[in-house]
Design a protein around this ligand. Sequence first.
Ligand code: UDP
Length: 245
Amino acid sequence: MLLADTKRILLKLSGEVLMGDQQFGIDTDFVAKLAGEVKAAKETGLEICLVIGGGNIFRGMAGAAKGMDRAQADYMGMLATVMNALAMQSALEKLGVETRVQSAIQMDQVCEPVIRRRAERHLEKGRVVIFAAGVGAPYFTTDSGAALRAAEMGCDALFKGTSVDGVYNADPKKDASATRYDTIDYDTVLAENLKVMDASAVALCRDNDIPIVVFSIRERGNLARVLAGDGIQTIVRTGANRSAS
Ligand code: UDP
């Protein structure tokens, strides 16, 4: 086990991983593969809260850059996360994993509202709870939503599955000499503005002592490997001396 005594995790998936190899939108085959990863993690006995981004469909900042009102564009981004949550729900249920979607923007015909005690009960019953619409307010991201739900639901760690395998000192897609950290502390991430999650999410995790594990969700079986301590990842936590491999 990567982190001792981990019983409940929050898994955050960037919207862009739902695109698979497409340039936009939802690749249902790839979502089915992701659902398989979640199922395998659940079968290890973990309780799982899921948060999925919306960047594969719409990001508020992109809309604002094209002249849209920022708050309005952010609402569209939040709606995109609900679409992704429904796609993941469908894929998980096809694999026999029971789920509930709870949205921070109330949408009674489609899913439940966020109710912590109800989510708690779902987890006790072995359901995966997918939290949609981030924190439910514009000017935030789903990273902040993930940190908030991780704190609210008492998760032992926040696993961020994305398209890079950890935190680097420079962008590995642009700089071939970039090195990946195995561990690093929250304050260094914030002071050096390293690309992990946005600052409000990192600060919320720091203040609530929730380790952040950044790993790639693109390779098959990687979530299980990382959870078992056999994978490649960066752990952001208090007092971690910066170490790179
Ligand atoms: N968003 C928001 N408030 C939130 C969460 C999300 O306004 O609490 C909007 C914001 O516009 C963001 C978009 O939803 O750009 C999609 O989320 P995000 O960019 O976090 O998705 P990811 O990068 O993880 O795919």
